[in-house]
Design a protein around this ligand. Structure first.
Ligand code: FMN
Length: 330
């Protein structure tokens, strides 16, 4: 079975990609992922705040910066508390590149234009095959309009894309007013692909001590549905690559993401729960499904269930919404 796929112009042996996470902090673990068959890996993110903190430290202005905005800076981990410092990150990237034969994607995480985007160039010099730029942000300022925020994001993308020759994918959040239009704007800004979507780690309230409680719950397959919907909507319009991230927990989930239009399928929670060997099982399941259904490669499947042939996608979505609500009887 031919499972190869083109993702961001990189030829992957199969569509399974380890999503941004701690797996690649350890080269031995990254090897296990490669041996289990994964097509590519994404390193954890290097954050805008982390790079800014290092740059402030270098010019000895840490205290001044902290005094000027004590509340804001105290929310963030201290510089030394981040898992991989910027230099360590570059060393680990070079190390991974020297030891693995699959593509290694480095992840840069921030949304406002600024000097931190220089790290894209350093990622490239350290051997990254591609960059995943994660634009995660939760906009809480009621005076900022959506256009203004998206303009900043697009400028950030242009700045990253303009500084490197390697391909750049953008990892998006699902809460844009016009997600499909924004994905196209990203492509016009030079992104070679879009990763759908970031997960939002919703904090809870602790009712005993009235504290906000942050927690990292791993995903389950139900989260894939949001990704399937948007892959199906966006894939007919985008020339570049699409990756699903969030809620892929079985070979069937991988097939669904490809049917909706994905070129690559990112996995994190599944592998955190079951270890690298689950990748081999998932690849076997993917091959079995394709064989049973008479397919020889992924190109025959990709996008077969997207909305390309739907004359009015918005009406289709609204009709489904109404039907679901009307299906309940009491
Ligand atoms: C422990 C952990 C660390 C993560 N670190 C990052 C990160 O550094 N950058 C990033 O873009 N996403 C990060 N993610 C999010 C994942 O890349 C992925 O988008 C999310 O887990 C959804 O995929 P899943 O359902 O397969 O887990 C992390 C997720 C987990 C569980």
């Amino acid at each position: 079975m031919n499972l190869t796929t083109d993702y961001l112009g990189l030829k992957l042996r199969n569509p399974l990609v380890i999503g941004a996470s701690p797996f690649c902090d350890n080269t031995y673990v990254a090897h296990q992922l490669e041996d289990a068959g994964v097509g590519a890996v994404v390193m954890r993110s290097l954050f805008e705040e982390q790079i800014d903190a290092e740059q402030r430290a270098l010019v000895h202005h840490v205290e001044m910066a902290a005094e000027s905005n004590p509340e804001g800076t105290s929310y963030f981990p201290a510089f030394a508390e981040y898992q991989l410092g910027p230099d360590q990150y570059l060393r680990q990237l070079a190390h991974l590149k020297a030891s693995l034969s699959i593509p290694v994607i480095a992840s840069l995480n921030g949304s406002r234009p600024g000097g931190w985007t220089d790290y894209a160039r350093r990622f490239e010099s350290s051997g990254a095959d591609a960059i995943e730029l994660n634009l995660y942000q939760l906009v809480t300022d009621p005076t900022r309009a959506a256009d203004d925020i998206e303009a900043d994001m697009l400028e950030t993308v242009r700045s990253v894309v303009g500084s490197v020759k390697i391909p750049v994918a953008v990892k998006l959040s699902p809460f844009h007013t016009s997600t499909a239009q924004f994905a196209l704007e990203l492509e016009h800004a030079g992104a070679k692909g879009v990763v759908l979507f970031n997960r939002f780690y919703q904090p809870d309230f602790n009712l005993e001590d009235l504290e906000v409680q942050s927690q990292l719950r791993l995903s389950d397959s139900s989260e894939l549905l949001l990704r399937l919907r948007w892959l199906a909507i966006i894939s007919p319009h985008l020339r570049g690559s699409l990756a699903a991230s969030g809620g892929v927990h079985s070979a069937q989930d991988v097939v669904k993401a490809i049917l909706a239009g994905a070129h690559a399928v990112q996995l994190v929670s599944l592998v955190l729960k079951h270890g690298p060997q689950i990748l081999t099982v998932t690849l076997q399941g993917l091959t079995a499904w394709l064989t049973e259904h008479g397919y020889e490669n992924l190109d025959q499947v990709r996008g077969a269930m997207n909305l390309r042939r739907c004359p009015d996608a918005a009406a289709f979505e609204r009709a489904n919404y109404i039907k679901i609500l009307q299906s309940w009887r009491v």
